[in-house]
Design a protein around this ligand. Structure first.
Ligand code: HPA
Length: 261
């Protein structure tokens, strides 16, 4: 006996999309114009929501794909977006590529946390990453083994430094490490980088700086020290929220002070 051929039923009229999808990007469900040219980028999408709810006016969610929330609102009358990047450079690179390419985002300030690698840093300090080393193969593949110096945008960095200094926030400008391994299998390699001036470790800045350079846009990573790899100190959840808020204000004020050119 032959099995009945599988029949593909045409969808009833009522379930067909009634309008053309206005979405332009693979991982970001926003229409062109939904995303502002100034963008804050925390790793955690719930931080994006928290920033939208606490710092932006009239914030509207433009992206829920994979729960990687994105919002646009206003800050002191200027349109600003905030988009989660996820953890690590491969994740951030998906969002940064699409934001630069499809939505013409002009400035991205990453607001994140980092681990301190030296006693020159204290827990809760604000680190402005002037440059980011990396152990990532993304960088090696892109540059065929050449050593590219992924660097922050000078105007955003200067502006963030001035805003932080005005507010008396303990701030360090330095080179950080963007690692692919939160749980490093080769911690002795980090020691080598510390001996060459690297002050803190996180997981995203190098890819952000590299993509901003490729698309000729401005980027900066601001990170608060959430844990100290030398002393073993860690911040509490309350401290993290408070220092995170201070960093968000520094990021917003410094973005507004820099032109969109
Ligand atoms: N390693 C990598 N990323 C981090 C750390 C760390 O210790 N702390 C905060 N982000």
């Amino acid at each position: 006996m032959h099995a009945q051929p599988h029949r593909v039923q045409s969808r009833p009229q009522s379930l067909r999309p009634t309008r053309t999808l206005r979405r332009v990007s693979t991982h970001i469900s926003a229409a062109p114009g939904d995303v502002a040219p100034r963008m804050l980028m925390p790793g955690d999408p719930l931080r994006a929501q928290w920033i939208a709810e606490n710092f932006l006016e009239n914030a509207r969610c433009y992206c829920r794909v994979r729960n990687m929330l994105g919002y646009t609102g206003t800050y002191r009358g200027e349109r600003v977006s905030v988009q989660g990047s996820g953890m690590g450079q491969p994740s951030l690179a998906i969002y940064a590529n699409e934001l630069f390419r499809e939505y013409e985002v002009a400035q991205v300030v990453r607001v994140g946390s980092c681990g301190a690698l030296t006693n020159a840093l204290r827990i809760r300090d604000v680190v402005l990453a002037i440059s980011a080393a990396t152990d990532s193969s993304m960088n090696r593949l892109r540059f065929h083994g050449l050593d590219y110096a992924a660097t922050a945008d000078f105007e955003l960095l200067r502006s963030a430094y001035d805003v932080a200094a005005e507010r008396g926030a303990p701030t360090v400008v330095g080179q950080i490490l963007s690692t692919d391994s939160f749980y490093s299998p080769r911690p002795e390699l980090v020691d080598l980088l510390v001996a060459h001036g690297v002050v803190a470790v996180e997981m995203e800045a190098n890819a952000l700086y590299t993509l901003a350079a490729q698309y000729r846009r401005r980027a900066l990573a601001i990170c608060t020290v959430s844990d100290h790899l030398v002393t073993g100190e860690e911040t509490t959840a309350d401290e993290r929220e408070q220092t995170f808020g201070q960093m968000v204000e520094i990021a917003l004020e410094s973005m507004l002070a820099v032109s969109l050119e």
